[in-house]
Design a protein around this ligand. Structure first.
Ligand code: CTP
Length: 402
């Protein structure tokens, strides 16, 4: 259908990029990117109407997103016809616009396209030897200025290399070194570095990529204070194990996995370095707070745990309840020995679900005068319940009254 709509408008239509790459690699990919040779927005409007889908358009970029009723999205971009003046009296050459569109992309493996219009439906278009590089497991840029034009591609090269078990090609590696040497990252916006870095940390196993980032001297872009100290690899491995444990135990609790790796990397850095990193990466407020404040609460809890075990349930609860899950997992990752891990696991599986059945209004019924005391009474009652002293609601009421 998509092909017929395009043909009726006289446009060429291609599915491009990651989707095609992953098709050849037999990996699942639900992000469909369409490129239209012609007017992408006109096409997207007609196609969306026909399919009963919604559409968002960005006229400035000639792009649209088609959103189907079930939430499925398709991105549509425009490859404009471009004309290249040719020497002397010869006429201008019209270069295939899909080819130019693909030439602007990062790596050859992302330049494959499949034609969807009825005339050549299903034909694989491969201008830059993307298929060969997929076969030979190679990440290769299309031209030598690729990283200068867009330094975030250095992070992408590392991400793809590790994700697919590929190798960055020799020339491409040289160009990465060259880009680092030219200090192209200085001008790069913090948020863009952050997004790329976060994507790497969200990968299935980010540890080899992290090491590659150190090897290439790229961590300094974020901060020279983030170092590959002796315990780092063990701690990152531990973070990975803790995450696997969490996946197994709490399948329905979504967490931001990257935070655990990120904090582990920054574990030895002090508050000042953390502030600089937060500024450099232009961290959104939530993450800034995690890095510069909550992390230190977690540190405090960690220090307490190293001295305070074995502890009463109520003490464990008081120490750990202010920490979000990502921080609990972080503390597990950096802790040595099993005792701390066991205590946190005990808190996560048992203690954090324990709540009181009485409320403020029950205290009122008991004749207690409302005020800040209520908070303290309820906290003390919860502590007693956590420590196994109260069996039921009547016990709670009696304790609160006493
Ligand atoms: N692209 C690029 N340079 C960038 C980012 C993206 O050339 N800095 C191109 C790539 O060719 C890619 C396309 O834009 O195919 C879409 O990028 P993205 O949405 O990141 O998709 P994927 O390549 O599929 O990456 P991922 O699998 O991680 O989503």
């Amino acid at each position: 259908q998509i092909g017929h709509v395009a043909r009726d408008m006289g446009f060429g239509v291609f599915v491009v990029g990651g989707f095609v790459r992953d098709l050849l690699l037999r990996r699942q990919n639900d992000d469909i990117d369409i490129v239209i040779e012609g007017d992408g927005i006109t096409f997207a409007k007609a196609f969306a109407e026909m399919m009963g889908a919604r559409i968002n358009t960005y006229t400035k970029f000639g792009t649209s997103v088609i959103i189907f009723p079930d939430g499925f999205k398709v991105d549509v971009a425009t490859a404009r016809m471009e004309y290249y003046p040719s020497p002397a009296a010869l006429p201008e050459v019209e270069t295939s616009s899909i080819k130019l569109d693909l030439y602007r992309r990062d790596f050859t493996i992302n330049t494959l396209a499949i034609r969807l219009d009825p005339d050549g439906f299903g034909t694989l278009t491969d201008f830059f030897n993307g298929q060969r590089d997929i076969k030979e497991k190679r990440i290769r840029i299309l031209h030598n200025l690729s990283f200068v034009e867009d330094p975030t591609r250095v992070f992408r090269a590392i991400k793809f290399e590790q994700r697919f078990g590929f190798t960055i090609g020799k020339v491409t590696r040289e160009m990465i070194k060259n880009a680092i040497h030219l200090d192209v990252f200085r001008e790069l916006g913090g948020l863009r570095v952050f997004n790329e870095f976060r994507q790497i940390l969200e990968e299935e196993n980010p540890i080899p990529s992290i090491l590659r980032i150190f090897d290439l001297g790229l961590m300094e872009i974020i901060h020279p204070g983030i170092t590959r100290h002796n315990e780092l690899i063990d701690q990152l491995d531990e973070a990975k194990k803790v995450l696997a444990w969490h996946d197994l135990m709490y399948t329905d609790e979504p967490i931001e996995r990257w935070i655990i790796y990120f904090l582990t990397l920054l574990a030895p850095c002090d508050r000042e370095v953390s502030e600089v990193v937060a500024r450099r990466l232009m961290l959104p407020p939530k993450y800034r707070k995690i890095l510069t404040e909550e992390r230190f609460h977690a540190r405090g809890a960690y220090t307490w745990l190293t001295h305070g075990l074995p502890a009463a349930n109520s003490d464990l609860h008081r120490q750990l309840s202010p920490l979000r899950t990502e921080l609990l997992l972080y503390v597990m990752a950096i802790s040595k020995g099993e005792a701390i891990k066991k205590s946190i696991s005990h808190y996560m599986s048992q203690l954090r679900h324990i709540t009181l059945s009485i409320r403020g209004r029950d205290l009122k019924t008991l004749g207690l005068k409302p005020g800040p005391r209520y908070g303290e009474i309820l906290a003390d009652t919860l502590a007693a319940k956590l420590d196994g002293q109260l069996k039921d609601r009547d016990d709670e009421l009696a304790f609160a009254a006493g």
